[in-house]
Design a protein around this ligand. Structure first.
Ligand SMILES: Nc1nc2c(ncn2[C@@H]2O[C@H](COP(=O)(O)OP(=O)(O)O)[C@@H](O)[C@H]2O)c(=O)[nH]1
Ligand SMILES: Nc1ncnc2c1ncn2[C@@H]1O[C@H](COP(=O)(O)OP(=O)(O)O)[C@@H](O)[C@H]1O
Length: 185
């Protein structure tokens, strides 16, 4: 156990399996606190306000940004996403392990503002497998998938900026590796 649990950032291209890995990990370790982001994206079927995201309007997002309420924020594939600052700082103060699942631009901002953060990159086993997962998820129309794959090329190229890389071949293995990196097990 380290003296003070650090902030861990998990990033990686859309469709690589971030949500799947995090959900698997938290099933067995609910003490890992996952920040709930605000987003202007519309909810997918089954997504709940306050659980998966805080779904906000453009005006509400403008206010969150203007009031300095976000630790970081970014525009990704046509929508804005941001991490509510207060909740993260509160958990870190209490010494709880904190996980942010955010995009590359957000990860860079956190690196700049919180030097103790550990940045973890989740990589696909191959480009073809990433396309298969993103397409197979069936949550986005083809033009949105295209946009996300375009972003994915930039994100994959930025992998060397991260402290650690985990390849998502097996959800179970990656979840275990992530827990170990977070000093939870
Ligand atoms: N910068 C930033 N990115 C976020 C935040 N929340 C989610 N994201 C990222 O935004 C991207 C799109 O998320 P989403 O629309 O849920 O699609 P999915 O990751 O493919 O399921 C992903 O890379 C997320 O990690 C946030 O608060 N800040
Ligand atoms: N290790 C894996 N092997 C095969 N399929 C996976 C794996 N991890 C995730 N998936 C599948 O890939 C798709 C995208 O995963 P998701 O967790 O939504 O990605 P992200 O949150 O990174 O956008 C989902 O259909 C999920 O079931």
């Amino acid at each position: 156990m380290s003296e003070r649990p650090r902030l861990t950032v998990l990033s990686g291209p859309s469709g690589v399996g971030k949500s799947t890995v995090v959900a698997h990990m938290r099933k067995e370790h609910p003490e890992v606190w996952l920040s709930v982001s605000a987003t202007t994206r519309k909810p997918r079927p089954g997504e709940q306000h306050g659980v998966h995201y805080f779904f906000v309007t453009d005006e509400e997002m403008d206010k969150l940004i203007a009031n300095g309420e976000l630790l970081e924020w970014a525009e990704f594939a046509g929508n804005r996403y941001g991490t509510p600052r207060a909740a993260v700082l509160e958990r870190l103060e209490k010494g709880e392990p904190v996980l942010l699942e955010i995009d590359l631009q957000g990860a860079r901002q956190v690196r700049g503002s919180m030097s103790e953060a550990r940045l973890v990159f989740l990589a696909p086993p191959s480009w073809e497998e990433l396309v298969r997962r993103l397409t197979g998820r069936g949550t986005e129309p083809p033009e949105v998938i295209e946009r996300r794959l375009e972003a994915a090329r930039t994100e994959l190229a930025a992998e060397p900026e991260f402290d650690e890389t985990l390849v998502n071949t097996s959800v179970e293995d990656v979840a275990r590796e992530l827990l170990a990196l977070m000093d939870v097990v």
